[in-house]
Design a protein around this ligand. Sequence first.
Ligand SMILES: Cc1cc2nc3c(=O)[nH]c(=O)nc-3n(C[C@H](O)[C@H](O)[C@H](O)COP(=O)(O)OP(=O)(O)OC[C@H]3O[C@@H](n4cnc5c(N)ncnc54)[C@H](O)[C@@H]3O)c2cc1C
Length: 266
Amino acid sequence: MRFVVLVKQVPDTTEVEVDEETGTIIREGVPSALNAFDEFALNVAVDLKEELEEEVEIIALTMGPPQADEALNKCLAIGADKAVLLTDKVFAGADTWATAVTLGRALKNIGEVDMVFAGQEASDGNTAQVGPEVAAHQGIPQVTYVAEIEEFDPDEGNIICKKETDEGHVMMKTDIPVLLACMPKPSFEPKIPNVKEIMKAKKKPTEEWGYEDLGGDEEDYGLDGSESVVMETYSPPPKGEGIKVDDKPEVAVDRLVEFLDEEGIL
Ligand SMILES: Cc1cc2nc3c(=O)[nH]c(=O)nc-3n(C[C@H](O)[C@H](O)[C@H](O)COP(=O)(O)OP(=O)(O)OC[C@H]3O[C@@H](n4cnc5c(N)ncnc54)[C@H](O)[C@@H]3O)c2cc1C
């Protein structure tokens, strides 16, 4: 069996700069980390592999600048067997659809895939669009907000997973291949690779693919392949000094009503 985990390297800081021309984040040289939702998705894939008797290959797949290989090295230490880095100037500035097309074509290149795992969202763009878009590109079902896998029956070719909802959770049953967009549970404890696993990871294969490896038209990728255009980016104006009211409640309430009245809110 083959599982592919879509992982994104995200800025590990709030001090990010935006390219004024393209409106996209400048990622080169910025302290970065493996997106937490994707680390959870990888843990779910590794746990499922450990439960199964049959052979399972886990591939960690990312689209990003060359430095994104650091995030892949962490995935190999956590338990991925192989990593693929999609990096090419042609891919730069991609919106979510262009990102999904790039990842989708890489999945076609990889060949037969039984399960695709993604994070529910990335901590920088936060659109939560790429997972479902990759499923649409592949023509496979998807389940979002997946907290855990209840049952997996490779012989019957189906899976039951627990999906978080505003009211609690629902059990979703679907055929495989399927894409699961995973949502970490509050109790989630990420696997901390030990030195032996980190050393072993260095011997595991990482492939680097560019536009030539995926084919199609250059216009399908990056900024050219993006349907959505960033019109303007700006940092929100800094919030003014707040007003602290630490009087006794009965006094504080009057002060608050007075303030809201003065501000014309009441
Ligand atoms: C502040 C901000 C706002 C943006 N707004 C928009 C917007 O409104 N519309 C738009 O189209 N684009 C937008 N973008 C661009 C968008 O961030 C990129 O297209 C990005 O590559 C994917 O979207 P996301 O970060 O929202 O990921 P999400 O859709 O939140 O990611 C969900 C999951 O998809 C997988 N994934 C996402 N990106 C990658 C990757 N590069 N490699 C491998 N797996 C991946 C991961 O498993 C991730 O957990 C925005 C970017 C920023 C920084």
